[in-house]
Design a binder for this molecule. Structure first.
Ligand SMILES: *Cc1c(COP(=O)(O)O)cnc(C)c1O
Length: 385
């Protein structure tokens, strides 16, 4: 008989989600910008030192708002890592920007800051660091480079709620930052996101774009005489139902993070010999980064070995997945890319494997994953010696 299935992810319920959704229904406002939306936004502003937070329908929508706020012109260039989710680049492509793809660093999937300066041209408008796995990019280096060349920094902090760089919260560095509450992230709303606005001068326009190009929010605060169409915008607000779900998650944040921290370390500890022997690499956490344990991954030696590991786990009914096909040679962008090879991003795309990590992963099930991974490497050890 096949052992029970261990999924890769399972959306977590803290227990208060339905209660808060019922409260939202009782309050009689299900559309956006109600009580739960405001509570979530205030929470982010206070906890993460964000000037203004706006809840969005997704992390993608938050990135699209950021791109709108940059007022990009066709041909403007935006520097984006190739090893990331499509939305990181797509949001700017929608505004007519040209994407200049950056490589990952050799030791971890985050953007290689040592190569950044060579990618900057007179047309460069912004750098978009992605904090992969909730591990901070080298923000000190990125912020000082951006200042020197007068560039905007848009943090893709989709995976990085409650992660820090030298004690400062991620999402509070860039002029703008995007978080995600997609069901695969640490804290979830089904679908949801948040735009962090750290440049006060961008806040009034952000609020207008958020409300379909109207001054609705200012009008309801009594700051505008009429409710009118005043700028471009779209429908970026989530419903109160999603905000209510998210509020229950924010309340349970400490518990959720502690569980993931323990699971992450259990994996890390179990595979240290595999790493010492050079059969696979463990995640590297730079000294400046305090992560949120979003992802545990291994980096295999090559693509066939990574595929065989995923297959080996699948045979034991365990779902492990690879992460990110590089964007610079994607079917959509390869003809538009300038042709530079990005070997580090390519290596992570070929060799990285993510293991199951979610709140309800029991210790027994995690031990089953660990044994299955170790049995794969035991076989690999035999065949390679
Ligand atoms: C999840 C994710 C996104 C998109 O967030 P959604 O809420 O799914 O739209 C963008 N960038 C990165 C790095 C992500 O992991």
């Amino acid at each position: 008989m096949k052992p029970t299935h261990i999924p890769f992810n399972k959306p977590y319920q803290s227990g208060r989600e339905l209660l808060y959704i019922q409260e939202a229904i009782k309050a009689g406002q299900l559309s956006g910008n109600g009580q739960f939306t405001k509570q979530c936004q205030t929470y982010f502003e206070q906890q993460y030192h964000i000037h203004k937070a706006l809840l969005t329908t997704s992390g993608t929508a938050a990135l699209e708002m950021a791109a709108l706020l940059l007022s990009l012109h066709p041909g403007d260039e935006v520097v984006v890592p190739s090893f990331t989710f499509t939305s990181t680049a797509n949001a700017f492509v929608l505004r007519g920007a040209r994407i200049v793809f950056a490589d990952s660093s050799a030791e971890h999937p985050n953007i290689d800051v040592s190569q950044l300066e060579s990618l900057i041209t007179p047309r460069t408008r912004a750098i978009v660091p992605v904090h992969y796995a909730g591990v901070s990019c080298n923000m000190a280096a990125i912020m000082s480079l951006a200042e020197r060349f007068n560039l905007a920094v848009i943090e893709d902090a989709a995976q990085a709620v409650e992660s820090y760089h030298l004690g400062k919260p991620l999402g509070s560095f860039g002029q703008l930052a995007a978080f995600s509450f997609h069901e695969t992230k640490n804290l979830i709303a089904g679908e949801g996101g948040l735009l962090a606005i750290n440049s006060p001068e961008l806040a009034p326009r952000a609020e207008i774009m958020w409300e379909k190009g109207t001054n609705r929010a200012a009008f309801f605060r009594g700051e505008a005489a009429k409710y009118q169409w005043v700028d471009i915008g779209s429908s970026f607000l989530p419903s109160e139902l999603n905000a209510a779900y998210l509020w229950a998650q924010l309340e349970a944040k400490a518990r959720i993070l502690e569980q993931r921290r323990q699971q992450w370390h259990r994996y890390h500890h179990a595979f240290r010999e595999v790493a010492t022997e050079g059969l696979a690499e463990l995640p590297v956490i730079p000294a400046y980064a305090q992560p949120n344990w979003h992802i545990f991954y291994l980096v295999c030696r090559n693509l066939p070995e990574r595929q065989r590991l995923i297959q080996h786990l699948a045979e034991q009914n365990i779902l492990a997945v690879f992460h990110y096909q590089t964007l610079h040679d994607s079917p959509y962008y390869q003809a538009l890319h300038d042709g530079r090879p990005l070997p580090n991003a390519q290596r992570f795309a070929d060799c990285l494997v993510r293991l199951p990590l979610y709140f309800e992963l029991s210790e027994d099930d995690q031990l089953r994953v660990i044994e299955a991974v170790l049995s794969y490497f035991a076989r690999l050890r035999k065949t390679s010696s």
